[in-house]
Unconditional design. Structure first.
Length: 201
């Protein structure tokens, strides 16, 4: 896996407007034969299904999957301003993705943070917290207070997980043992898993 391959893979998904793990489909259900059967619903109502699930594949075969909104790259000025606000440079790969492909919004679950807002209307800058480690940038929110961070200050742009649900605060922040490049590659290939210290039921 090389940086150019990952960048191309993300660009392909963004251009196809198929860049999220959450897929919006016209309401329906899987019938006993595995066919997506549409159900009457008000205009504009959609179901959310997981990418690669039986429901997703059946809805895709039935032409019942809606394309996601288009994403736009960030301007150089916007990325420079963000780096200044953050107080450190972005990893080169992340900077290239923002400038050449999309200003966030693509990726696992709710998408990589950037100029696009998350489910609570927050941008990448809004997610920064003075209590977190210097140089650590929260780039993905998984829900239930779980985040993935990239270490912008260290070598190799390594990924870290934050999961406060274990009840052991001193262990909530931990290395995922992979780089940003590998993290993005795993997402593209459907192999990225949410950081998790304890099951969140």
């Amino acid at each position: 896996m090389r940086e150019e391959e990952v960048l191309r893979g993300i660009a392909t998904r963004v251009a196809a407007r198929d860049y999220s793990d959450h897929v919006f489909v016209r309401p329906g259900y899987l019938d006993p034969t595995g066919v997506w059967t549409l159900e009457p619903a008000p205009e504009g109502i959609r179901q959310v299904v997981d990418r690669g699930s039986q429901e997703h594949l059946a809805a895709l075969a039935a032409d019942a999957v809606d394309p996601l909104p288009p994403l736009e790259p960030a301007s150089v000025q916007a990325v420079d301003d963000a780096e200044q606000a953050l107080g450190y440079p972005l990893p080169p790969l992340l900077r290239r993705v923002y400038l050449e492909v999309a200003n966030g919004g693509f990726g696992p679950v709710l998408g990589v943070a950037g100029g696009c807002t998350d489910d609570l209307g927050r941008t990448l800058i809004d997610l920064l917290d003075s209590r977190q480690r210097p140089g650590f940038l929260p780039i993905a929110y998984w829900g239930c207070a779980i985040y993935s961070y990239v270490d912008c200050a260290g070598r190799g742009a390594m990924m870290w997980g934050f999961d406060p649900n274990s009840g052991m605060a001193e262990h909530s922040f931990y290395s995922e043992g992979i780089s940003l490049l590998e993290w993005l590659d795993r997402w593209l290939n459907g192999r990225l898993e949410q950081p998790c210290l304890a099951p969140d039921y």
